[in-house]
Design a protein around this ligand. Structure first.
Ligand code: ZN
Length: 95
């Protein structure tokens, strides 16, 4: 069996960021900016590690409670406020 240690908060940050960026036009969505947003958001959130197989972690991430989702959304909003006005991408990366 292939076990691994995964931070389910990190998975949630990436999942919710995709939705947030879809709804907020004008924010650069290049990988550098998305990685910066994820890093800033994750630094302000308490990690939650689980030992899991690949399929199992998806089920666990889906069962995160509402407060955790809200905390991630708040962290993402703050991270976007910080990153979006000062993008660190190379000029050529911008889509
Ligand atoms: Zn960018």
């Amino acid at each position: 069996m292939d076990y691994r240690v995964i931070n389910v908060i990190e998975k949630t940050v990436w999942d919710l960021m995709a939705k947030v960026l879809e709804e907020n036009h004008g924010i650069c969505t290049c990988f550098k900016c998305r990685a910066d947003i994820a890093a800033v958001a994750l630094n302000s959130l308490k990690p939650r590690y689980v030992t899991s197989t690949k399929g199992e972690v998806l089920a666990r991430a889906d069962s995160l409670d509402q407060n955790t989702y809200i905390a991630v959304l708040v962290a993402l909003a703050k991270a976007i406020e910080q990153v979006a006005p000062n993008p660190r991408h190379e000029a050529g990366l911008k889509p």
